[in-house]
Design a protein around this ligand. Structure first.
Ligand code: FES
Length: 104
């Protein structure tokens, strides 16, 4: 993974525990969440029929899509009922109070 491809998405303090929010690094639709103090990033477009993931519900490590209730693990992006399916997951880092996502 290249160290050059980290894209700022928002300030660390803007994302509270148990919150998920849409961000658009380089125009890509991504959802970031903070669970157990760790920040995760997955694609913001559902793997089923492309509904906006950020409008769903976050329950622990599980995001439930608002359209047809497909559930995904925020840590891996995997579809809970069929792990061979899922959302792309992206590395996240915090540096100097800012959150960065790597889309590679
Ligand atoms: S679009 Fe997400 S479950 Fe159908």
């Amino acid at each position: 993974m290249s160290t050059e491809n980290w894209t700022y998405v928002l300030d660390d303090k803007q994302l509270e525990e148990g919150q998920m929010t849409p961000v658009y690094p380089l125009g890509v639709n991504v959802v970031v969440t903070r669970v157990g103090g760790t920040v995760y990033a997955v694609s913001g477009t559902c793997a089923h029929m492309a509904c906006p993931i950020f409008m769903g519900k976050l329950d622990g490590y599980t995001i439930c899509c608002p359209c047809h209730d497909w559930r995904f693990d925020v840590r891996t992006g995997k579809f809970i009922d069929a792990p061979e399916l899922g959302l792309p997951a992206f590395p996240v880092k915090s540096e100097s109070g800012k959150l960065f996502v790597n889309l590679e």
